[in-house]
Design a protein around this ligand. Structure first.
Ligand code: KG4
Ligand code: ZN
Length: 412
């Protein structure tokens, strides 16, 4: 559908320009600063990623135990000019070659968002380029349409299901078109990535190069330590919360580990086998919830007559091999014919990046549906509003923290 939209729009642009034979692809410079990554990228309407710059801030925020907004603002201010400069030079382009500027309008942290938004608006205005402000979650959800070749049997067809599972997001969406989304499940407390990180820390695992979640996965998959069987019996299993409800709660499996460690008097008093059994019990219970919600969502779609053929999982946690294996088994169990395929965009485009922002903006640029240079930010912005069909109750607004939260209207 998106391909079709781009095709039509590109044709319209050809006709409007009156320069049918000299016309090149539409080239977008995009900026993303909704949380702790400073991102800039250049993408063209013929699906070429000419550059993808991501400047991480993990080291700065690690000492705060989470994203500290003032430090994130400082880092974005310091890193963004260089990131934009590199995105252009990696693409071997200058601003003169750019046809439009896109940026993340929301949802996200107000301060960090405003750094990227002001830069994008000023760049666009100073260079007389059109501007498009993008919904961050829509951009994540449309990524597989860029990363899967259109002639691949795996190319997602609407409607498809998307899990966004990271440190900031724990969402299950039904995507019916590039602008029609339904939030089927979100977390009522912690994000899945956040829970993985806390448990890894509580078990004394080192961060490693891929972060605490990946370390936990590796540790849980390591060979059985001596006394493993007894430890599994001793540790037990966390209760699965939110049974029968389309919602996640990741505090419960995390608290299960926390409580066991507290009772033991700290992680130093745990045996290797107990730490191993706790890691496996946590991962098993957390992934069980994801699996349960997929089954519920597939069942709900079926009962509403919605035929889902693809399940996409993205975000840092979607690189977890155990989770992938369980999702694939679940899709297969629901439809043994194998008609439902699972799909994972490459890790570098699953996590926050500006390529997805450029891609999500393209159809609007080509349709001439651009924003004013004075456009405001949307710190909270429910993805269902994009369809323009119905106002969403405040209590369901999605926030970058991964939790639904109400915000007084005056703050918008
Ligand atoms: O999408 P992401 O890279 O960044 C943001 O949240 O913005 O997600 C990071 C999260 C972290 O919580 C990290 O520990 C988790 O994804 N993660 C994993 C794995 N790899 C990364 N969690 C479980 N298993 C993994 N293999
Ligand atoms: Zn994100």
């Amino acid at each position: 559908m998106l391909r079709a939209a781009l095709g039509r729009a590109a044709t319209r642009k050809l006709l409007k320009s009156g320069r049918c034979f000299a016309l090149r692809d539409f080239t977008v410079l995009a900026i993303e600063t909704s949380a702790d990554d400073t991102c800039a990228a250049v993408v063209t309407s013929d699906r070429q990623i000419l550059s993808n710059v991501v400047v991480k801030q993990h080291v700065v925020h690690e000492e705060y135990g989470g994203i500290y907004p003032m430090a994130a603002i400082d880092q974005h201010q310091r890193n963004l000019p260089g990131a934009v400069q590199r995105a252009l030079s990696d693409a071997r382009l200058t601003m003169a070659d750019i046809d439009g500027v896109a940026f993340t309008r929301g949802p996200g942290m107000g301060g960090p968002l405003s750094v990227g938004s002001n830069a994008a608006k000023t760049l666009a205005a100073a260079n007389s380029k059109p501007l498009v402000g993008v919904h961050h979650m829509q951009a994540h959800a449309l990524t597989p349409l860029l990363t899967t070749p259109p002639d691949s049997p795996l190319y997602p067809t609407f409607p498809f299901l998307t899990f966004l599972l990271s440190g900031g997001h724990s969402l299950l969406l039904l995507c019916s078109s590039p602008t029609h989304f339904r939030v089927l499940a979100t977390t009522v407390d912690k994000s899945l990535g956040g829970a993985f990180d806390h448990v890894a820390r509580r078990l004394g695992l080192r961060w490693g190069t891929h972060g605490p979640g990946a370390e936990l996965e590796k540790f849980a998959a390591s060979p059985l330590p001596p006394g493993a069987e007894a430890a599994v019996a001793e540790v037990g299993k966390p209760k699965i919360p939110m049974k029968g409800q389309l919602a996640f709660s990741f505090t419960a499996p995390y608290s299960f580990v926390e409580l066991y460690v507290e009772r033991a008097g700290g992680e130093d008093n745990l045996t290797e086998a107990e730490r191993w059994a706790l890691a496996r019990a946590f991962q098993g219970a957390a992934v069980q919830q994801v699996e349960d919600k997929l089954l519920m969502a597939l069942q709900q779609c079926k009962s509403e007559g919605i035929e889902v053929r693809n399940v996409v999982a993205s975000g840092g946690v979607a690189s977890n091999g155990y989770l992938r294996q369980r999702l694939e088994a679940c899709a297969k169990a629901f439809d043994p014919s194998g008609a439902i395929s699972t799909l994972y965009p490459p890790p570098e485009l699953c996590t926050d990046n500006a390529v997805m922002i450029a891609w999500a903006a393209l159809s609007r640029f080509l349709d001439g549906d651009t924003d004013a240079y004075s456009i405001d930010l949307r710190r909270t912005w429910h993805i269902e509003e994009l369809s323009g069909e119905k106002p969403v109750d405040e209590k369901y607004w999605y926030h970058k923290s991964g939790q639904p939260q109400s915000v007084p209207k005056a703050e918008l």
